[in-house]
Design a binder for this molecule. Structure first.
Ligand SMILES: Cc1cc2nc3c(=O)[nH]c(=O)nc-3n(C[C@H](O)[C@H](O)[C@H](O)COP(=O)(O)OP(=O)(O)OC[C@H]3O[C@@H](n4cnc5c(N)ncnc54)[C@H](O)[C@@H]3O)c2cc1C
Length: 405
C-alpha cells in the first residue's frame, strides 16, 4: 500500500465518520451551546453529548485511536490520521463523542502499557467505556515545566506508601464532571540521575489531601473539561500505584506524548479545513463595493495559500504517522516535533484570516472560529512549547555535522 492510499477499513471508518458528522455532530453544535448556556456551569456534562456518545458507539465509531486490537479497532497512526482530522472539525463535540479526546487517549495508552490488572479494571475499562474521565498532571506553576526534569512535587516513600506534597496547574480534564483519576508526575529521588528522579502515580481525584484550587481560564474561556490548579497536601499513595516502577516517570512521559502530540496536529488540520470552508462560503455570500468579498485578489491569495498550507501540513502529519507505524515513535521524533510546531501555527493563520473575512461576527461565538483560535493558540504551548520542539529538531540537524564543532 502506498503512503497515499487508504486501507479498506480506514476508508470505511472515514465514510461512516463523515456521515456521523453530517447527520449528528454538526446539528448538535447549537444544541450543545444552548444546553451549556442554560446550565450556567462551564463544567456541565450536557445531555446532547451523552446522546452523541451513544450514537457513535452504535455506529462502531468508538475508541478509534486505540492501537491495540484488544481495546479498539487497532488502527495504525496512518489510518487514524484522517479520522482524527474529521473529528477536529468539531473539537468540542466529536472527539469526546467518539471517546478519542485528549488527555484521556494518552492516559488510556499509559494504563494499557503500564497499568496493573487493578488499574485496568478500575480505570482503563471505564475510560474505554467513556463512563469516567482522567487528567494528566505534570506542569507546575513554580518551575519552568517545558523541561520536565524541573518538576518538584515531592513523592516521599514511607513504608509501602508515598506521601505527595506540591502544587500543579493546567491539569486538563480535572474539572470534567466525570473526572475520577489523575496520573501525577513528581519527584521520588532528587539525588539520582536527572532522568531517573521522576515517577508517575495513579491518584483518585477525591483522594484526601487533593484540593482543586481553581479552573484556569484560556483567553477568558472556561473550557468544559477545565484546566485545574491542584494542591497536594500529604496525599498518601500506595506503592502499588506507582506506574512501571520508581524512576520511570520520564520514560512514561516520553512514551505518552508522541501519539498525543500527533493527534493534536491531526485535529488542528480539521479546524483549518473547516475555517477555510467557512471563509470561502462567507467571502462569496457577502458583497462590498459592488462585488463579493471573494472577488478581491488578496482574499483569493489567502484562500490559495490556505489550501497549499493545509496540503503541506497534512503530508507532514501523514509522514510522521507513517514513520511512527513503521520505525517507531522514537525514530519519528523529528517529524513529530516538526508537525507539532507547524500544524498549530499554520492552522492559527488560516483561522485568523477566516475571522477577518467574517468581520465582527468572526470574533463572536456565533461562529466556531474564535473558539478554534483560542484552542489552537494553546497548542503552541501544551504538550511542549514550539521552542522546545525546535530545539530538539536543531539538535538532530547539528548532530549530522558534529565534526565541524
Ligand atoms: C490549554 C492548556 C492545557 C494544558 N494541559 C496540560 C495538562 O493536561 N497537563 C499538564 O501537565 N500540562 C498541561 N499544560 C501545560 C503545558 O504543557 C505547559 O504550559 C508547557 O509544557 C510549558 O511549560 P510552562 O508553562 O511551565 O512554560 P515554561 O517552561 O516556563 O516556558 C516558558 C516559555 O519559555 C520558552 N522556552 C522554554 N524553553 C526554551 C528553550 N529551550 N529555548 C527557547 N525558548 C524556550 C518557551 O517559549 C516557553 O513557552 C497545558 C497548557 C495549556 C495552555
Amino acid at each position: 500500500m502506498s503512503l497515499f492510499e487508504m486501507s479498506e477499513r480506514a476508508t470505511k471508518y472515514r465514510s461512516d465518520l463523515l456521515e456521523f458528522m453530517e447527520s449528528c455532530v454538526y446539528p448538535a453544535e447549537p444544541v450543545y451551546e444552548q444546553q451549556m448556556a442554560e446550565s450556567g456551569n462551564p463544567h456541565f456534562q450536557p445531555p446532547i453529548l451523552e446522546e452523541l456518545k451513544a450514537q457513535a458507539r452504535e455506529r462502531g465509531l468508538w475508541n478509534l485511536f486505540h492501537p491495540h486490537p484488544e481495546w479498539g479497532p487497532g488502527l495504525t497512526n496512518l489510518e487514524y490520521a484522517p479520522l482524527a482530522e474529521i473529528m477536529g472539525r468539531s473539537p468540542h463535540l466529536a472527539p469526546e463523542a467518539c471517546n478519542c479526546n485528549a488527555p484521556d487517549t494518552g492516559n488510556m495508552e499509559v494504563f494499557t502499557l503500564f497499568g496493573t490488572d487493578e488499574h485496568k479494571e478500575k480505570y482503563l475499562k471505564p475510560l474505554l467505556d467513556g463512563t469516567i474521565r482522567s487528567a494528566f498532571v505534570m506542569t507546575e506553576p513554580q518551575v519552568a515545566s517545558s523541561d520536565a526534569t524541573n518538576v518538584q512535587l515531592a513523592m516521599v516513600k514511607q513504608g509501602d506508601e508515598y506521601i505527595l506534597n506540591g502544587r500543579k496547574w493546567f491539569a486538563s480534564n480535572a474539572l470534567h464532571a466525570n473526572c475520577k483519576v489523575m496520573i501525577v508526575m513528581g519527584k521520588t529521588d532528587p539525588n539520582t540521575a536527572t532522568h531517573r528522579q521522576q515517577s508517575m502515580m495513579v491518584v483518585p481525584i477525591d483522594a484526601p489531601g487533593v484540593t482543586i484550587m481553581r479552573g484556569l481560564p484560556v483567553f477568558g474561556y472556561q473550557d468544559r473539561e477545565g484546566h485545574a490548579e491542584i494542591d497536594f497536601h500529604d496525599v498518601r499513595v500506595p506503592a502499588k500505584d506507582v506506574l512501571k516502577g520508581e524512576g520511570e516517570g520520564f520514560a512514561i512521559a516520553q512514551a505518552r506524548l508522541g501519539p498525543g502530540r500527533i493527534h493534536h496536529c491531526m485535529r488542528a488540520i480539521g479546524m483549518a479545513e473547516r475555517a477555510l470552508e467557512l471563509l470561502c462560503k462567507r467571502a462569496q455570500s457577502r458583497v462590498t463595493f459592488g462585488k463579493p468579498i471573494s472577488d478581491n485578489a488578496n482574499i483569493r491569495d489567502w484562500i490559495a495559500e490556505a489550501r497549499i498550507d493545509i496540503e503541506m501540513i497534512r503530508l507532514l502529519t501523514l509522514k510522521a504517522a507513517y514513520l511512527m507505524d513503521t520505525v517507531g515513535n522514537k525514530a519519528a521524533q523529528v517529524e513529530i516535533a516538526a508537525i507539532k510546531v507547524a500544524a498549530p501555527d499554520i492552522a492559527l493563520k488560516i483561522v485568523d484570516r477566516a475571522i477577518q473575512v467574517h468581520g465582527a461576527g468572526g470574533v463572536t461565538d456565533d461562529f466556531p472560529l474564535a473558539g478554534f483560535w483560542a484552542h489552537l493558540r494553546t497548542l503552541r504551548l501544551a504538550d511542549g512549547p514550539d521552542e522546545v520542539h525546535k530545539r530538539a529538531i536543531a539538535r538532530q540537524e547539528l548532530a549530522k555535522y558534529k565534526e565541524a564543532r
